[in-house]
Design a protein around this ligand. Structure first.
Ligand code: MN
Length: 259
């Protein structure tokens, strides 16, 4: 029997598969939710305020987009993941990767990582779950990409924000900016690292929604909005309805973690 000829063009064809960040065909409407950090009760409350059923579906077909940092610090990271993974599996939610998912993935893969900044809570809580659930969590968190381009390019979601020239790009620099932003090496009065204020320079056409740096109140800066209102520190959990641009937020039941 003759061997099949080797097809040297395989793998060199231009692919019709969209890149994983490319959700331009998803036109919404969306509810974009800031850093949850294991605050399960507040997430359930916010989803109810936004009109989602207990199962995580919306009667008007709306979808949730999470800005990442679902995990760490808070009281119920497994509960948050169980809900978000079920919503994602049903096509009712997507999430970008936050720096906390990045580190949790490394921990779950067995890499030596420092158990700090609230990772210790996630590891402890996940240790009480089944190995099957931990494997699902690892697969889910490891599948998350650092940024999304949505609605024909009019909406960009990245955990730490993203300058326009990196929208839709796949590179180490894009990934680093989307996950961590640019550190200034300084810390604010509450002990949070001060990030380079990229939004001040932003002149792009796309709306950029992000989290990562807790703010007291979401404030529009050049078409960008930070939705991390520090729920786990006793602030609130915040969503932006897109395209309506309405802010919906619920207060934290208490401060769950001291910075
Ligand atoms: Mn965060």
């Amino acid at each position: 029997m003759a061997a099949r000829p080797v097809d040297h063009t395989v793998g060199m064809e231009p692919s019709d598969e969209p890149l994983p960040h490319d959700l331009r065909h998803e036109t919404g409407p969306f509810d974009v939710i800031g850093d949850v950090h294991g605050c399960h009760v507040e997430l359930v409350h916010l989803l109810r305020e936004l009109g989602y059923s207990p199962g995580g579906a919306h009667p008007d077909g709306r979808k949730v987009v999470f800005v990442g940092d679902l995990v760490d610090r808070g009281p119920d990271t497994p509960g948050v993941l169980r809900l978000v993974m079920a919503m994602a599996a049903a096509g009712n939610a997507v999430s970008v990767r936050g720096n906390h998912e990045e580190k949790l993935v490394r921990a779950l893969k067995g890499h030596a990582v420092q158990l700090n900044h609230g990772l210790e809570q996630s590891v402890e809580q996940l240790a009480r779950e089944t190995p099957e659930f931990r494997a699902e969590v690892l697969a889910f968190c490891d599948s998350l990409v650092p940024h999304f381009v949505l609605d024909g390019g009019k909406l960009v979601i990245a955990h730490a924000g993203l300058p326009e020239s990196y929208h839709g790009r796949e590179s180490a620099r894009t990934r680093s900016l989307a996950l961590w932003g640019v550190s200034t090496g300084r810390y604010d009065a509450k002990g949070f690292p001060v990030r380079y204020p990229w939004a001040q320079d932003y002149r792009g056409a796309a709306m950029v929604l992000y989290g990562h740096t807790p703010v007291e109140e979401p404030t529009w800066v050049n078409g960008t909005l930070c939705l991390d209102t520090g729920c786990v520190f006793g602030g609130s959990l915040t969503a932006l309805r897109y395209p309506e641009r309405e802010i919906v937020s619920v207060p934290a039941r208490r401060a769950w973690y001291r910075q």
